[in-house]
Design a protein around this ligand. Structure first.
Ligand code: NAD
Length: 411
């Protein structure tokens, strides 16, 4: 099933529970606008290369649209459409005043130098600057884009429109970024995990964890898990995977990831190297996909042995796998709830930029924890009272908020 179709499948499930009707459903499924651009740049060797770039704006009923920008060879319009839609539901689940959008450039960042990345980013902004804006659509980091890329976006947009830090979030601290933004998604994942484990009479202390992906989200999720007393026993990145039954040395591995080294080269006592996908099939308390989408399929869903799956990545579970997990009684805390910490602190960053004011890291983290815990309990209320899956319950909360805003504003 294609990514956008899979997202719409989940929306339809919630819409059925809510009895929204065909017309309202149609309105909520389709993106408001799609911008496809070509991005020509001069490579370092003097040749001209042309890349495809996308910004898809899904829904603005609840506020300016918000969503990351992904640089990856697999980026295509269907993928971006699905991710843009997920942003609408994610901002609604955590009740922050945004809609949803997503962007991407089909490219392989590993093949690009830093200056080529900069030219690519600046040219993309030149192509789409009329479509984005601090009260229209605010990009943020996603796979293979980071604070430096956000700084280039801010600078290029500001060259055209005057100084506008609120045009993008996930910026470096020296350029009006927010304390706590970089760690926010991974940290938010663990605020939700903590609530869930407490609810089932368990605890994060000593819980065993497997994490797929060790980039921004995966590394901070692992670090937070470690700080909270959990044992990360399996970990992977695109280059390799490692396993240690006694728990991996996460602070050491975190330094490793900061130096852009793959865990494939990591050596330590008690650590064995396993096949990439074996991270997913470990017998653990908590399994956290934190890499790309489409990881759980009908082919591997039966071999998952975790007690709960917490979706730190966007769209890691295909609908067929979701049905297998439901049948097997494995709860899946969906992306639109579990990884909403990033967009929540992005919202804090945007708020600080608009007010030209700074919050402390402690203030950011405390507010993040509150938002994640409150949202978790609203969704849990529906899981319990209506006997819904976590995913359907989260979509019901989100669809309700977006539908009400749409009706109040008028179609
Ligand atoms: P990133 O580029 O920083 O890291 C991605 C990681 O996944 C890297 O460690 C990479 O090596 C690894 N990876 C890629 N293919 C893999 C494979 N086959 N097996 C194992 N590991 C693999 O990206 P990120 O920002 O950490 O995003 C990860 C996921 O989280 C994405 O789905 C993204 O959409 C989602 N997300 C990110 C944020 C954010 O704030 N960055 C917020 C919400 C959701």
């Amino acid at each position: 099933m294609k990514a956008f179709e899979a997202t719409n499948y989940y929306i339809r499930q919630a819409s059925k529970v809510m009895d929204l009707g065909e017309h309202a459903e149609k309105l909520l499924l389709m993106p408001e606008a799609e911008h496809n651009v070509s991005i020509p740049i001069e490579l370092d060797n003097g040749e001209i290369a042309v890349f495809n770039g996308y910004r898809i704006q899904h829904n603005s009923a609840r506020g300016p649209m918000k969503g990351g920008l992904r640089y990856h060879p697999t980026v295509d319009p269907d993928d971006v459409r699905s991710l843009a839609s997920l942003m609408t539901w994610k901002t609604a689940v955590v009740n922050i005043p945004y809609g949803g959008a997503k962007g991407g450039i089909t490219c392989d960042p590993k093949q690009l130098s830093q200056s080529e990345m900069e030219r690519l980013t600046r040219k993309f902004v030149q192509r789409i600057h009329r479509e984005i804006g601090p009260h229209r659509d605010i990009p943020a980091p996603d796979v293979n884009t980071n604070a430096q890329v956000m700084a280039w976006i801010m600078d290029e947009y500001s060259r055209i429109n005057g100084y506008t830090p609120a045009i993008v979030t996930g910026k470096p601290l020296d350029l009006q970024g927010s304390e706590g933004r970089e760690a926010a998604t991974g940290r938010g994942v663990f605020f939700v995990t903590e609530e869930f484990l407490r609810d089932i009479g368990s605890s994060i202390q000593g819980a065993t964890i497997a994490i797929q992906g060790f980039g921004n989200v995966g590394s901070y999720a692992a670090l937070t898990a470690h700080q909270m007393g959990a044992k990360v026993v399996a970990l992977s990145d695109a280059g390799g995977a490692i396993f240690c039954p006694g728990g991996l040395n996460i602070p050491e591995l975190w330094e490793y990831a900061q130096a852009r080294r793959s865990v494939a080269q990591y050596q330590a006592e008690g650590v064995s190297h396993i096949a990439l996908n074996e991270v997913l099939t470990q017998e653990v308390d908590v399994l956290i996909p934190a890499a790309l989408g489409g990881v759980f399929t009908r082919d591997n869903a039966h071999s998952i042995r975790a007690k709960v799956i917490i979706e730190a990545a966007n769209a890691p579970t295909e609908p067929e796998a979701d049905e297998v997990f439901a049948a097997r009684g494995i709860p899946v805390i969906p992306d639109i709830l579990a990884n909403a910490g990033g967009v929540t602190v992005s919202y804090f960053e945007w708020t600080q930029n608009i007010q030209a004011f700074r919050w402390t890291e402690a203030e950011v983290n405390q507010r993040l924890k509150q938002v994640m815990a409150d949202s978790y309990h609203v969704v849990k209320g529906l899981v319990k009272s209506k006997d819904l899956s976590w995913r359907t319950a989260a979509f019901v909360v989100a669809l309700g908020r977006v539908a009400r805003a749409t009706v109040l504003r008028g179609v």
